[in-house]
Write a protein that binds this ligand. Structure first.
Ligand code: NAD
Ligand code: DAU
Length: 340
């Protein structure tokens, strides 16, 4: 089978390509990626000469480039996106372009190329925010209520994907996944930022009261869930992906990281809250578990341990990323706390 992976040089996309190549040795993968600040070919260095892998440096908003890349493809796995909520608050324009227009360009190309499957990678953020301690969870029937420009752009993309199935019969599936962490995550998201800051003996910025709740999934478990949907998922269906872990606040999570890295709690710095910050996400993943037999295999503690070790052992990888672009973003985002 030939797959087109979009955004394969980013965090989850590169983990997915590694996972797929290891477990599906006869398949061919074409990776199309614009290489934004978040795209990094270092993530794929070990497979760049693999005859079953090729790279196309292009923007998914470019119809000609996408048309070429999709030729002969049976399955599209669409990861490419602007993915960081805080950047979407600073400037939503690239989120609208890539996440909405880019998805529409891909959908048109997929339709013309008569692909057998268009799998769209989405997020639990499209459902909005849950109350703390309400016991409520998101499921595939939860109404959309996106609350950040990032979430709104992903929600628009999800709607477009569904509309192409209903209107034109494009064979689509969608997954909405919880927060991921693991190797190769750009150091702007809470876990990768916290670990790398602590390794540099800097503090960890915690927004607001730190009592926000996310569902933290190890990236390899996400890749296995996508595999389950590609192999056994039903056309037109949506599957939510989340963990079996007890809920944990950002503050408790950061304390786990401090412990793993041997740092005192004085390394926590409470900073100005994110505007419109979603209080709590929680996923009911019953559908993917019962219908497709997927279960997460890593506990939070196991996966945090692996992840911390990875950042300890790959300091060249992330230190290179904390250059001028990163410093400019950090300054804008964390303002007077920029020297944390
Ligand atoms: P990332 O920011 O690490 O990587 C995004 C990749 O897309 C980069 O390689 C970037 O160069 C590429 N890209 C961006 N704009 C592009 C364009 N116009 N054309 C081609 N390539 C482009 O993102 P990630 O964390 O790996 O997320 C991947 C996908 O998974 C996204 O769709 C995101 O919404 C979704 N998702 C992420 C998480 C998470 O916790 N990170 C959770 C659920 C869903
Ligand atoms: O839920 C899935 C989503 O998870 C994905 O769709 C997004 O692409 C991904 O970025 C992630 O979004 P979050 O906003 O949940 O992740 P982030 O790591 O930015 O923040 C996690 C929590 O930590 C959130 O409550 C905000 C808080 N936070 C984050 C940063 C960067 C802090 O307290 N301090 C920080 O410096």
């Amino acid at each position: 089978m030939k797959l087109l992976v979009t955004g394969g040089a980013g965090f989850i996309g590169s983990n997915f390509i590694h996972y797929w190549i290891k477990n599906h040795k006869d398949d061919e993968i074409v990776n199309i990626d614009k290489l934004t600040y978040a795209g990094n070919l270092e993530n794929l260095k070990d497979i760049e000469n693999n005859p079953n892998y090729s790279f196309v440096h292009a923007d998914i908003c470019d119809p000609e480039a996408v048309k070429k890349a999709i030729s002969g493809v049976e399955t599209v796995v669409h990861f490419a996106a602007e993915s960081h909520v805080d950047r979407s608050i600073l400037d939503p324009s690239s989120f609208v372009k890539t996440n909405i227009l880019g998805t529409q360009v891909l959908l048109d190309a997929a339709l013309n190329a008569k692909v057998k499957r268009f799998h769209h990678i989405s997020t639990d953020e499209v459902f909005g925010a849950l109350e703390l301690d309400s016991g409520e969870k998101f499921n595939q029937d939860t109404p959309y209520n996106p609350r950040s420009p990032y979430a709104a752009s992903k929600a628009a993309a999800d709607h477009l994907v569904r509309s192409y199935q209903i209107t034109y019969g494009l064979p689509v599936t969608i997954t909405n996944c919880a927060d991921n962490f693991g190797p190769n995550q750009y150091p702007e998201k809470l876990i990768s930022l916290a670990i790398t800051n602590l390794l540099e003996d800097k503090k960890v910025p915690v927004y607001g009261d730190g009592l926000y709740v996310r569902d933290w999934l190890y990236v390899e478990d996400h890749c296995r869930a996508i595999e389950a949907v590609l192999e056994k998922g039903k056309i037109g269906e949506t599957y939510l992906i989340g963990t079996n872990e007890p809920e944990i606040s950002n503050l408790e999570l950061v304390k786990k990281l401090l412990k793993l890295l041997g740092k005192e709690e004085s390394y926590i710095e409470f900073v100005k809250d994110r505007p419109g910050h979603d209080r709590r996400y929680a996923i009911d993943a019953t559908k993917i578990k019962t219908e497709l037999g997927w279960e997460p295999t890593y506990s939070l503690d196991q996966a945090l341990d692996i992840t911390v070790k990875w950042y300890q052992n790959n300091q060249d990888w992330w230190k290179k990323l904390k250059g001028q672009e990163y410093k400019d973003f950090y300054q804008k985002q964390y303002g007077k706390n920029a020297n944390l």
